[in-house]
Design a protein around this ligand. Structure first.
Ligand code: HH2
Length: 261
C-alpha cells in the first residue's frame, strides 16, 4: 500500500503533494513501482496533530480521488461522509485509524458499499496519544481490541472477508511497545484476518538507530522492519517508498517459497 498524504503537516511527507496534480502523479508512480493500492489521506494522524474539518478534508482528497478513478485506491479517513464520497468514486478500501470508533455512521457506509476496511488499533487520540501510553501486555491488549472491533464491523454488516487488521505502530505506543508488537505479530495474525503494518519512516526506527530525537526513520530501516514483520505473518505493508519495499519483500517471499518464482 503506497502512501500519498495530501496534507501540509504529515510527519514525513507533509506538503510534498501540494496540489492534486502532484498527488495524482505520486500515486500513479507508486502503482507503477508495484503498490497494489494507494492510500490517499487528507488528515495527518501524527502525534499532536489537530483535527481537520469535513470541508477541508473533502477539499484536499476529492480532486485526487477524481484523478485516480479506475485505479486501486484506499481512503485514509475516519469520517463517514468522506468515505461515502470516496466510495462513490470507486475507492476499494476505507483505512480507518479509529477502527470505526470516531464516526458512528462509517460502518454502515462501508457495509452498504460492499467495500473493504482496515481496522487499526490506537490508544487515545492523535493529539495526546504519545503522552504516556500504558499497557499490561501490549500484544494481548492490541489483539483483544482488534478482535472486538472485527466483531463490531461484522455486526454492522461488513463481511469478515472484507476486513484487515492493523496493530497501529506509533499510535499510543512507546518505541519498545512498537517493537514488542512486531515481535508478537503472530498473535494478531492468529485472529484470522490479513494483517497490515505501517512501519514506514516511523520514529521508532530512528530510535533503534540511536537518534533519541529522530522523528523520521530512514528508507533502509523501514524496509528492514517490513521484512521482519513479513517473517512474523504481516500480509500488507503501508509504505512511502514503494520500490525498495517491493524489491525486498519479493525476495523475502522467494526465500519463503524456496524458489525464484
Ligand atoms: N500510519 C499513519 C497513517 N495512517 N493507517 C494505517 N492503517 N496504519 C498505519 O500505521 C498508519 C495509517 C501515519 O503515517 P503517515 O500517513 O505517513 O503520516 P500522517 O498521519 O502524519 O499523515
Amino acid at each position: 500500500m503506497g502512501v500519498v498524504n495530501v496534507t501540509p503537516d504529515s510527519f514525513s511527507d507533509g506538503g510534498d503533494n501540494a496540489g492534486p496534480a502532484v498527488a495524482v502523479a505520486t500515486a500513479r508512480r507508486l502503482l507503477a513501482e508495484g503498490a497494489v493500492l494507494v492510500d490517499i489521506g487528507g488528515e495527518s494522524t501524527r502525534p499532536g496533530a489537530d483535527d481537520v474539518s469535513l470541508d477541508e478534508e473533502l477539499r484536499r482528497v476529492m480532486p485526487v480521488l477524481e484523478g485516480l478513478k479506475g485505479l486501486p485506491v484506499s481512503i485514509d479517513t475516519s469520517k463517514a461522509e468522506v468515505a461515502r464520497r470516496a466510495l462513490e468514486l470507486g475507492v476499494a478500501l476505507v483505512n480507518d485509524v479509529t477502527a470505526l470508533r470516531a464516526d458512528p455512521a462509517l460502518a454502515g457506509v462501508i457495509a452498504d458499499a460492499g467495500a473493504y476496511v482496515c481496522l487499526m488499533h490506537m490508544q487515545g487520540e492523535p493529539r495526546t496519544m504519545q503522552v504516556a501510553p500504558r499497557y499490561a501486555d501490549v500484544v494481548d491488549e492490541v489483539a483483544g481490541f482488534l478482535e472486538g472491533r472485527l466483531a463490531v464491523a461484522v455486526a454492522a454488516g461488513i463481511p469478515e472477508e472484507h476486513v484487515c487488521l492493523d496493530p497501529g505502530i506509533g499510535f499510543g505506543k512507546t518505541p519498545d511497545q512498537n517493537l514488542e508488537l512486531i515481535r508478537g505479530l503472530e498473535r494478531i495474525c492468529n485472529i484470522g484476518r490479513p494483517v497490515l503494518v505501517g512501519l514506514s519512516r516511523k520514529s521508532t526506527l530512528a530510535r533503534v538507530l540511536g537518534d533519541p530525537d529522530g522523528r523520521v526513520g530512514s528508507t533502509a530501516a523501514s524496509v528492514g522492519a517490513a521484512v521482519a514483520a513479513f517473517d512474523r505473518g504481516a500480509a500488507l505493508f503501508r509504505a512511502h517508498d514503494v520500490a525498495p519495499h517491493v524489491e525486498a519483500l519479493t525476495v523475502a517471499v522467494a526465500v519463503e517459497r524456496g524458489r525464484v518464482a
